[in-house]
Ligand binder design. Structure first.
Ligand SMILES: Cc1ncc(COP(=O)(O)O)c(C=O)c1O
Length: 426
């Protein structure tokens, strides 16, 4: 097997035989303490600008899905560019506010919210709290006041198949998300009459990593039809939010995705299909991975190589504790050697030190000869990487470095060993 030519990444490329993040060689960013996340600030900026451009057909808000990567430096950068935030917990709310996202640009979308969370959200002046069950409507009605009505949106479940991995599909009736349109419709009279709530929006989310804009167009059409019903019922509707789903490249030999422009166009077309283009609604979108995924890699170090049961195992210091996506979804992340290698390659499983057979970062993937100490970059790790990590097997959190042109900044220190039991009592 000869050397693999990886599809180009916007941030990571070989220069003088060394993989760089923008102008910085990754060999300068590794240490002996364990794996390191590396993010390109430039690529985050570029991705935001591309989505912004794709949404230019209407007044819009890009509510970045904090769950993809809530690092404060990244959030602050996006907030400065004009982004809002899509959050799912009080933790994410406080994080977004701490990073400088104005409350007026924050939407709270989530399938289960505790009493305390609803009370905090109601008092925070958010752009919208997405109602996903009757219990939330009951509580929010109590937490609002006629002087300061709580701004809410109804999140519907449009029963549209996103075509993505079942764990990433959220817009079918067989999933727990949103309200069936008939149920949402039945709440309209109560919402319109409420003195403590203002129904300002409608929302949905069909799923993540869409490989076609068609489901987004259909979901937006159904959502816009429901928006018409809300307006007809007398709701002071301001916005329509068809969720996220903008895809990203994981550096695999995957079929290229339609460009961002196609997803913006799909939202515009869905609104037009429903005859709602002139309704004057602001359009909210909730991209997560598309803004940060390709901007990040997980930098890991080879610990050993062994051949066993007819397979080649490359054991590295990163694991499912850092990047769980391969174990959880069978997700594909390209693995690139940090030192460019033009000789022979052969298939290998890239596995971590965690005591689970499911602990792998890649399976049957071409890799050159490696030895202990060599560095590998796991691509497309800027989204749902650090956020989904754990300290299983007593592994402190990896550090995070933000590259900005030639400059680098540690934006999160490595977890310490004592932090593993800091909240425990012996
Ligand atoms: C409601 C909602 N909005 C937005 C997103 C972001 O998805 P993505 O990162 O694929 O853009 C998610 C992902 O789970 C979501 O549940």
């Amino acid at each position: 097997m000869t050397a693999v030519h990886f599809p180009p990444s916007t941030a990571f490329h070989y220069r003088n035989g060394i993989l760089h993040c923008d102008d910085v060689p990754l060999t300068d960013l590794a240490d002996e303490g364990g794996p390191t996340w590396v993010y390109s600030a430039r690529v985050v900026d570029q991705a935001y600008a591309a989505v912004d451009q794709a949404m230019s057909f209407a007044p819009h808000l890009i509510a970045y899905a904090v769950k993809a990567n809530g690092n404060l430096a990244i959030l602050a950068r996006l907030a400065k560019a004009g982004a809002g935030a899509d959050i799912v917990s009080e933790g994410e709310l406080r994080r977004a506010l701490r990073a400088g996202v104005p409350a007026d640009r924050i939407v709270w979308s989530g399938v289960g919210k505790r009493d305390r969370e609803l009370r905090v959200a109601a008092g925070a002046g958010l752009r919208a709290i997405h109602i996903e069950c009757i219990e939330e409507l009951d509580l929010l009605e109590r937490f609002g006041s006629p002087d300061a009505p709580v701004r809410v949106a109804l999140r519907i479940n449009p029963d549209v198949d996103s075509g993505s991995h079942p764990y990433l599909s959220t817009g079918l009736h067989s999933t727990k998300f949103g309200l069936e349109v008939a149920v949402a419709r039945s709440l309209l009279p109560r919402l319109v009459q409420s003195r403590t709530l203002r129904l300002e929006g409608v929302a949905c989310h069909v799923g993540s990593q869409l490989d076609s804009p068609v489901p987004l167009r259909e979901a937006t059409r159904l959502l816009a039809l429901f928006a018409r019903e809300c307006l007809d019922a007398g709701a002071p509707l301001r916005s329509i939010d068809p969720g996220g789903g903008w895809p990203m490249s994981y550096g695999a030999e995957e079929t290229p995705f339609p460009p961002h422009q196609a997803f913006g166009a799909a939202i515009a077309a869905g609104i037009a299909d429903a005859g709602m283009s002139d309704a004057g609604l602001e359009v909210v979108t909730e991209p997560g991975r598309a803004l940060v995924g390709d901007a990040g890699i997980l930098l890991v170090r080879v610990l050993a190589e062994k051949h066993q049961g007819g397979r080649r195992f490359v054991i590295v210091d990163g694991a499912m504790t850092e990047l769980v996506r391969p174990a959880l979804y069978g997700a594909h992340h390209a693995v690139m050697p940090v030192r460019e290698h033009l000789g022979e390659w052969s298939a290998a499983d890239v596995v971590g030190p965690v005591c689970e057979s499911g602990d792998f970062l890649a399976r049957g993937r071409p890799l050159p000869a490696v030895k202990r100490g060599d560095l590998l970059a796991i691509r497309g790790a800027g989204a749902y990487g650090r956020e989904m990590s754990s300290t299983y097997n007593g592994r402190p959190a990896a550090r995070e470095i933000l590259v900005d042109g030639k400059k680098t900044r540690m934006v999160r220190r490595r977890g310490t060993i004592s932090s593993l039991w800091a909240l425990e009592e012996p």
